[in-house]
Design a protein around this ligand. Structure first.
Ligand code: HDD
Length: 703
């Protein structure tokens, strides 16, 4: 039986703080059916295998309470999916500050190095519905809840630094334009259609973010390898009441990576849960993902150096304000129950703790209303914060009462303040008694109520240029390819022309390259590209960690594979922490090799690298068209890996397969060939660290 203990209300009293306490609290609500007998929701033991009928073939009886109990609950099992960010995956973990940051903030979780503050993170795509594929091109959400000893702090960010629009009142417009067409509900989970590009082309403040989403940033390879951004400028306020502006950043210690568009689409068919499984697997195997939390700090007196500071369509370049790392988050526990935790977690931008404050960014201000509102719609009650995943760890005391699904039993008759009857409890927490610190921000003197946008928003193009200019040639090519696909899916010529016009204001070369692919006349130059660049934006230039932990490698085999050669590479990679699988024609034991994937169950897009060991009999089988491989699956495996710029290796007779798959090049191109796998181990490992050999990518000829 579940133990709904005293943790329910005052968790701090009953359970203490920290990740252990958080686990115990969730555990207190967990239910296990082991060694029990079936009951109704009222606890009555029943046999509910058959409905109650008047005779075996007779009419069902209204009085069948066991049937009603079961079916009624089933009928109500779903709650509305999130209107955006419906598809997501969550994990638990903890955050630890690197040092005492009291000079910056009064926030407890940033002032106590060594203290582990529990966190829950949910990654998501934006546009798709709950069952949509993980690898669609989209912005991804990166929402983190800190269960601090001073209440919940929800940092609800994205993996892309800027946002499409600067004013929350435009949010329904952009989302409606990106969602499937209302007439047909097609297409699912992406912006490659007319209405999205109609909006982007008509509202050029979106272009900076559109370029991020169309580059590798929109097709993450792994959620363990994405940056996170708070997007808005926030305030930190210290105990002395001094405030600074900050931009929050998460930087993954696993490095950054992205998929190629061809790869992303194929994975979408082969394994729609690609990102979820990647995260679950790494955590289950103890390869805990880590992300560093940092801030760009802008002193209040320097704010006017960055006139776009409160405009979320812009970022503050890291070349001007570097990121100061504050601490590290480790994700170390998978959820026990997807619905209870990942689905019911109710992130709200307005959940903030002392030492952190909002700014006048109008997108942020609008979000403060939208999130609590949407959670009431999803959970059908203002009491959604009483759900186990949503309860603050430090206990809740106030005079709020009642409402749907109230689970607390409040004592006494006093539910107002001030009160003599209850000794004026709960007492007011002044700012100097641990209460939330309201920063006494000055309001613009003589300001009038006005529905107008701030002038920095009018500069749509300089940061779009900054982003474009900061990409490598290969990243630019991926962005052009992405745009050709997406704009090319717009049937309406006017939509395509307007989009090319917007791109032309960023960079004429970019616009001409895309135009050439979507049947729009090549535009003349209308603007000069400033040529400005900044650091931290390119995925390719981000250093990779010097190990191959969690890298996935397929070893292609068939009966006749040289077992010694295959085992040498397998054992080496496994020892180095990679996730290695033997792929063969059938599952199970194959001459001493344990085959865990077949050429039907998997494909090279699901791996980081491919290796073909020696064994002439096996290679004959893998390369000859026969009933086992009617479409030359092993060759396609290697061809795809080559096309997607992944490391490829082969030893002995395995080299023949590479030749037939038209794999060219040597070690500098990521192709490792030798007599025996044991001679290639270190080289192959370094290729895996490098991840991709972009020089294999076909670039546009100069136009
Ligand atoms: Fe939002 C969900 C991120 C602008 C309204 N948003 C949601 C989630 C993330 C973001 C990560 C999913 C949270 C989860 O995992 O449960 N949203 C952002 C970012 C934005 C942004 C980084 C710009 C900086 N959002 C934004 C605006 C509005 C909303 C301007 C409305 C005015 N967002 C919502 C919402 C959602 C949501 C409707 C849907 C489901 C939910 O809240 O829980 O309230």
């Amino acid at each position: 039986m579940a133990n709904h203990s005293a943790c329910q209300n005052d968790a701090s009293k009953a359970c203490g703080s920290g990740q252990k306490a958080m686990e115990e609290r969730l555990e207190a609500f967990s239910l296990d059916n082991k060694n029990t007998q079936e009951t109704t929701t009222t606890g009555v033991k029943v046999d509910n295998r058959n409905t109650l009928k008047a005779g075996c073939q007779g009419p069902s009886l209204m009085q069948d309470f066991a049937f009603q109990d079961k079916i009624m609950h089933f009928d109500h099992e779903r709650i509305p999916e999130r209107v955006v960010h419906a598809r997501g995956v969550g994990a638990h973990g903890y955050f630890e500050a690197y040092k005492d940051w009291s000079d910056l903030t009064a926030a407890d979780f940033l002032r106590n190095p060594g203290k582990k503050t529990p966190v829950f993170v949910r990654f998501s795509t934006v546009l798709g519905s709950r069952g949509s594929p993980d690898t669609v091109r989209d912005v991804r959400g990166f929402a983190t809840r800190f269960y601090t000893d001073e209440g919940l702090f929800d940092l609800v960010g994205n993996v892309i630094a800027p946002f499409f629009v600067h004013d929350a009142i435009k949010f329904p417009d952009i989302i409606h334009s990106g969602k499937p067409h209302p007439s047909t509900e097609v297409p699912q989970a992406g912006t490659a259609h007319d209405t999205a590009y109609d909006f982007f082309g008509s509202f050029p403040e979106t272009i900076h973010t559109v370029l991020w989403a169309l580059s590798g940033r929109g097709i993450a390879k792994s959620l363990r390898q994405v940056d996170g951004f708070g997007v808005h400028t926030f305030r930190l306020i210290n105990e002395q009441g001094k405030s600074i502006f900050v931009k929050f950043h998460w930087k993954p210690l696993q490095g950054l990576s992205n998929l190629l568009w061809d790869e992303a689409q194929k994975i979408g068919g082969k394994n729609i849960d690609f990102h979820r499984q990647d995260l679950y697997t790494a955590i289950a195997k103890g390869d805990y993902p880590e992300y560093e939390l940092g801030v760009q700090i802008i002193k209040e007196e320097d704010a006017n150096k960055y006139p776009y500071l409160l405009d979320p369509t812009k970022l503050v370049p890291e070349s001007l304000v570097p990121v100061t790392p504050l601490g590290k988050m480790t994700l170390n526990r998978n959820v026990e129950n997807f619905f209870a935790e990942t689905e019911q977690v109710a992130f709200c931008v307005s959940r903030i703790v002392r030492g952190i404050g909002f700014t006048n960014d109008s997108l942020l201000q609008g979000r403060l209303f939208s999130y609590p509102d949407t959670q009431i719609n999803r959970m059908n009650s203002v009491n959604n914060m009483q759900l186990p995943i949503n309860r603050p760890i430090n206990g809740v005391h106030n005079n709020q009462r009642d409402g749907y699904m109230q689970t607390n039993i409040h004592k006494g008759d006093v539910s107002y303040f001030p009160n003599h009857l209850g000794g004026n409890a709960p007492a007011i927490a002044e700012e100097n008694q641990g209460g939330y610190i309201e920063y006494p921000e000055k309001i613009e003197p003589g300001a009038t109520k006005i529905r107008e946008q701030v002038s920095t928003v009018d500069d749509h193009y300089s940061q779009a240029q900054l982003y474009w200019n900061s990409l490598t040639v290969y990243e630019k090519q991926q962005t052009v390819d992405g745009l050709r696909f997406e704009v090319g899916k717009s049937v309406d010529l006017g939509v395509r022309k307007r989009m090319i016009d917007v791109l032309n204001h960023v960079d004429n070369g970019l616009a001409r390259r895309v135009a050439a692919g979507v049947n729009v006349p090549l535009p003349d130059k209308v603007t000069d590209n400033s040529g400005h660049t900044t650091v931290g934006l390119s995925i390719e230039e981000r250093p990779h960690p010097p190990h191959i932990k969690t890298k996935t490698v397929a070893i292609l085999t068939a009966p006749g594979t040289n077992v010694k050669d295959a085992k040498a590479i397998y054992d080496f990679l496994k020892k180095e922490g990679a996730y290695v699988e033997y792929v063969g024609p059938a599952l199970g034991d194959q001459e001493g090799l344990e085959i865990t994937q077949t050429y039907t169950t998997t494909s090279s897009v699901l791996f980081d690298a491919v290796y073909v060991p020696d064994g002439s009999e096996a290679i004959k089988k893998l390369t000859t068209k026969q009933s086992t491989f009617p479409y030359g699956e092993p060759l396609v495996f290697v061809m795809d890996a080559f096309r997607h710029c992944k490391p490829i290796g082969a030893s002995g007779a395995g080299v023949e397969l590479l030749k037939l798959a038209k794999v060219e090049g040597g070690e500098k191109d990521g192709v490792f060939i030798g007599e025996q796998s044991s001679g290639l181990l270190e080289g192959f490992k370094h290729a895996l660290i490098k991840q991709r050999y972009w020089t294999r990518m076909a670039l546009d000829p100069p136009m």
